[in-house]
Design a protein around this ligand. Structure first.
Ligand code: CS2
Length: 489
């Protein structure tokens, strides 16, 4: 940075290093966690408390967050962006709720002790869909070589160094069971029934490792509340860094940027003491499923469609894509169709919710890149699109926009935009997906094989496959705008 401003530290907010240990250990301290969980814990920190709830932030894959934020004593800026292109209405908020930053690669011993410490009351998690190492049925993928390696090393030595999220969590439970230290483990990822999914994964690990630890867990000593988290968090850009300098006259090497909207619906199911979540805006409910279906299908489902449309037609951001009249209409049609599958929770007016989501997509100040959302499609599409298709087929309702969405994704997997520019496909099943689309198979076979990779039942739905094939052929010959114009006319 070419200015003389000082580096951000906790002194900036007069929140000096807290002498109390963190009660939350967060695995996956990326931008989403800092803008979402960090926002709620920051609000708690602002309340008069006997003892603050602070976060030990763990990165499992790279040391970058630790190395950037340690010199700032964990302090970072949350930039909330909103408004029209020429008159952005931005807020800059300093969060000091993270007091420790660790990286699995070289702080493994500290992480292990934090996870099994009696002061730790919550282990929270954001590692994205692929971090859970699930198979196509959503169960732990025992064929995954990193999972096999974690099971092998933990069986030989419960203190071993592990590689995967299920490995870290299983190890924490093994150690806590020995000391009888109950814990609440919160998944904050966009998985269907994220807490229950994580429970199933961990139960499988423990069955392999130590069934007595599973008995201890099942006796009410560990809970996995389900939750629905919502906040759009694009990757941080250089502009964000220089805006913090301009506004606050300090340098923050890794602020996070987000929208003003934030929401967290949390199942009230805790095995350990909790802060007063309700006082900082978290909605505590008995059943998150209706909220989850609404959010995963309407927001995330539409997001994925926007991402693939944007990628194919050189639209870099979500706002730019939905600004296109035809794409805006297809997104609305998609939401209407998928909305048919949602049993609206009483507290949620589905129509209002849809237009609120569309409004958030139009936030031009946010610069949410389509390439970011397009990543890991095979991990996202089952819960965002396929589960809704299953409901619509069962209820004999039309599947037009969702079939179009699948056709758009399959066209995207061919690896080039409509004008022929190469697209970078990032997906854990990339090799298999690209292998299928470039195999030279006939279209029906190619589409069936792609769908079969995600859901074997839907792959036998011949009329669905025929519809996807029809839309795909139109996209290949005339482009997605023309194909979509016909769909919405
Ligand atoms: C997005 C989500 O990248 C993606 O797949 O759909 O990260 C989305 O922005 C959040 O779930 C919003 O809450």
């Amino acid at each position: 940075m070419t200015n003389t401003y000082p580096r951000l530290t906790r002194d900036y907010s007069r929140k000096h290093e807290a002498s109390v240990p963190p009660k939350i250990v967060h695995l996956g301290m990326g931008a989403f966690a800092r803008a979402h969980l960090g926002e709620y814990v920051r609000r708690l920190y602002g309340l008069p408390n006997d003892e603050p709830w602070l976060i030990s932030g763990v990165s499992l894959r790279t040391p970058n967050v630790r190395d950037s934020l340690r010199p700032q004593q964990g302090a970072y800026t949350i930039i909330e962006r909103n408004g029209p292109r020429d008159e952005p209405n931005d807020r800059f908020i300093i969060a000091c709720c993270v007091t420790e930053l660790l990286f699995a690669g070289d702080d493994a011993d500290t992480i292990k002790s934090r996870l099994s410490d009696s002061n730790t009351k919550i282990i929270s998690i954001t590692v994205t869909e692929k971090g859970y190492c699930r198979d196509a049925q959503g169960m732990l993928d025992l064929k995954n070589s990193d999972i096999q390696s974690d099971i092998k090393s933990l069986s030989a030595n419960p203190g071993a160094i592990v590689r995967t999220l299920p490995g870290w969590v299983a190890q924490a439970i093994l150690r806590r069971a020995k000391k009888n230290l109950p814990i609440t483990i919160m998944s904050l990822d966009n998985l269907p029934q994220n807490g229950t999914s994580l429970y199933k994964i961990i139960a499988t690990m423990l069955r392999e490792l130590d069934p007595s630890a599973l008995l201890w867990l099942d006796a009410g000593n560990v809970s996995f509340p389900n939750s629905v988290v919502d906040r759009i968090v694009p990757a941080t850009s250089k502009e964000d860094l220089s805006d913090v300098s301009k506004q606050l006259k300090i340098n923050d090497v890794w602020p996070v940027v987000t929208e003003p909207y934030v929401s967290w619906i949390l199942e009230q199911k805790f095995s350990s003491p909790q802060p007063n979540w309700g006082s900082v805006g978290v909605s505590l409910v008995m059943d998150v499923v209706p909220y989850e279906e609404a959010k995963l299908r309407l927001l995330n489902g539409a997001h994925s469609l926007i991402a693939y449309l944007g990628q194919l037609t050189h639209k870099k951001t979500v706002a730019e894509t939905v600004e296109d009249e035809i794409f805006g209409k297809v997104v609305k049609g998609f939401m209407k169709e998928i909305g048919e599958t949602i049993e609206s929770p009483k507290a949620l007016d589905l129509r209002k919710y849809q237009s609120e989501i569309f409004g958030r997509f139009c936030n031009i100040a946010l610069h949410h890149k389509t390439v970011q959302i397009a990543a890991d499609g095979s991990e996202k599409i089952p819960q965002r699109w396929l589960e809704a298709i299953i409901v619509l087929r069962r209820e004999k309702k039309p599947v037009r926009f969702l079939a179009m969405a699948l056709a758009v994704w399959i066209r995207y997997l061919q690896g080039s935009s409509e004008s022929g520019t190469k697209l970078i496909i990032s997906d854990p099943r990339k090799d298999r997906l690209i292998g299928i689309v470039t195999s030279g198979f006939k279209e029906t076979e190619m589409i069936t094989d792609i769908i079969a990779l995600l859901n074997s039942d839907l792959a036998t739905d011949l009329s669905l496959i025929a519809d996807i094939k029809g839309y795909h052929a139109e996209i290949v010959s005339d482009g997605c705008r023309a194909a979509i114009s016909r769909l919405i006319s």
